[in-house]
Design a protein around this ligand. Structure first.
Ligand code: SAM
Length: 260
């Protein structure tokens, strides 16, 4: 049966076998791995993962595609769900978990925001996203693309931009280039911050990204913030994009301590 692509579900299907193999091989799958794919679609990546012999799970919102995947890959655990509503912490009991997806571009940032914070990445993840989103995720402090998404993701995992992909390898062709990112665990003990404090800090700071940090924090000033700036020898005239993920984590604990 010919199924036409649904724009509302970001359905740009991969049609290049080499790119599919390259994406899956970045996960370095072994038999004991539990691999979850988000949005298997027509199965471009699914077949390669499934036949590697690992334990395979997937989340697909499209009812028809979800049924097809179940039919074509009978040993797979296929969950017909909107991944935005998925209870991510329930994956945390699975050992050797790896997550992969050519993500629907309209919800990719939101999904990544939730996944990095709610799933303890013990192994690795590989996600394909719009190139511009990939650049934002991997951006360094001080760059134009560095923002809340960069700080949030880099506080939870170590992202790496693996390679970029042209629109020609999809059907239908998207209007933009794509990027494939690898996410790797950060060293144990590095995640010493409250997610809700950091979230609130990022909102406050990057909603005012053109302002100097001293001005943004004027109404929140306390001794903890004062000693943070003194200890780090940071000038109050810098802008939010000049603070590193570590700076944001530390600042959040003195700015919104009651959220810890
Ligand atoms: N993996 C396939 C490929 O590479 O050809 C399809 C990728 S396509 C860009 C995105 C897939 O995610 C589609 O199959 C779409 O139906 C599914 N999808 C879109 N929104 C979703 C959501 N909120 N939750 C789960 N799946 C979703």
């Amino acid at each position: 049966m010919k199924i036409s692509a649904k724009k509302s579900l970001g359905q740009n299907f991969l049609i290049d076998a080499n790119i599919c193999r390259k994406i899956v091989s970045s996960l370095d799958i072994c038999l004991e791995d539990n691999v979850l794919e988000i949005g298997p679609g027509k199965g471009a990546l699914t077949g390669i993962i499934y036949h590697s012999g690992c334990n395979f799970y997937c989340l697909e919102k499209d009812n028809i595609l979800s049924r097809e995947i179940k039919y074509n890959y009978p040993q797979a655990s296929v969950i017909n769900v909107d991944a935005l509503n998925f209870d991510w912490p329930r994956l945390n009991h699975l050992p050797q978990l790896k997550i992969v997806g050519n993500l629907p571009y309209n919800v990719a940032s939101r999904l990544i925001w939730d996944i990095v914070a709610q799933v303890s990445v013990q192994k690795s993840c590989t996600f394909m996203v719009q190139k511009e989103v990939g650049q934002r995720i991997a951006a360094s402090p001080g760059s134009k693309t560095y923002g809340a998404l960069s700080v949030w993701v880099q506080s939870h995992v170590r992202p790496e931009l693996l390679f970029t992909v042209s629109p020609c390898v999809f059907r239908p062709k998207p209007k933009v280039d794509s990027a494939v990112l690898g996410f790797y665990p950060v060293p144990l003990g590095k995640k010493n911050f409250s997610g809700s404090s950091l979230n609130q800090t990022l909102r406050l700071m990057f909603q005012n990204r053109r302002k100097q940090v001293g001005n943004i924090l004027k109404n929140y000033w306390n001794d903890g913030i004062n000693s943070f700036f003194e200890r780090k020898s940071l000038d109050l005239r810098i802008r939010p994009e000049n603070l590193s993920p570590d700076d944001f984590q530390e600042l959040s604990s003195v700015l919104f301590p009651w959220k810890n």
